[in-house]
Write a protein that binds this ligand. Structure first.
Ligand code: ZN
Length: 251
């Protein structure tokens, strides 16, 4: 089965539309979403309406979603992120708020595991180092593990035949063949598709992933979208200027 993998949409409807269009054209049969649907951007309802309509969707929430629901302390957020959380609280419909309330920050299915940041601390910890990957491996039963939160397209796995060594790398648009154990099941591997709505790897194009569970492959896709249109909406909404500027730099 082929899955479209998205994360950190952050109320950026132009980026989400471009990504969904690209993945639908490829013919994905299911969807994986690693949280942070809202926050930062100007279109929480338009994004949530699109995401709620996806068929065969496995989805979790992220720290920004929890903050909008007042389930996470705003002290955790920098000033522009905090301003966007407060703005989102009064610019989201009751239906979409209720949808967010039904999501958890970690989800284990029969085929894969989702955690916004890490399985050990889903809403807060950024999975960025080999030692963090090693610490989180015992907490996962079903691989691959899909994460978001850092807004970086990344892969972590053990080096082939050597569990003392961990490989980690940034993902470009090359297809990755994922490691398997002898039984044919997936070996420990963590995959971050990067951010749809606010990439932070100096590439301003929206980022998403394509997971083929039969072939055992994962590929990151980068999709251009109308950044100027989103910047105009951010300014019109009175959200912090920095949130508009950073989209152009992929930061
Ligand atoms: Zn995020």
């Amino acid at each position: 089965m082929i899955y479209g993998v998205i994360s950190d949409v952050h109320s950026n409807h132009e980026a989400l539309s471009a990504v969904l269009g690209c993945l639908e054209d490829i013919g994905v049969e299911g969807w994986i979403c690693c949280g942070d649907l809202v926050g930062y951007g100007p279109d929480p309802d338009a994004c949530l309406d699109r995401i709620r309509a996806l068929e065969n969707l496995s989805i979790i929430c992220g720290n920004h979603d929890l903050a909008v629901l007042e389930r996470m302390d705003l002290e955790w957020f920098n000033p522009s992120a905090r301003a966007a959380v407060v703005w989102t609280r009064s610019n989201i419909s009751g239906v979409n708020r209720a949808y967010l309330e039904g999501l958890t920050a970690r989800l284990e299915t029969a085929k894969f595991t989702l955690a916004h940041g890490t399985p050990r601390n889903p809403p807060e910890e950024y999975l960025l180092s080999p030692s963090q990957f090693r610490d989180n491996v015992p907490l996962v039963k079903t691989w691959p593990l899909f994460v978001g939160h850092s807004h970086m397209p990344l892969l972590f796995c053990y080096a082939p035949g050597d569990e003392e060594k961990i490989e980690s790398r940034f993902l470009d648009d090359q297809e990755e063949t994922l490691p398997r154990v002898e039984s044919g099941a997936m070996a420990p591997v963590a995959l971050n598709p990067g951010s749809v709505g606010q990439p932070r790897d100096q590439d301003s194009r929206a980022s998403c992933g394509l997971y083929d569970s039969d072939k055992g492959t994962f590929r990151v896709l980068r999709v251009p979208y109308d950044i100027g249109a989103v910047q105009a909406k951010i300014r019109a909404a009175g959200l912090p200027e920095y949130l508009a500027l950073r989209l152009a730099y992929g930061q």
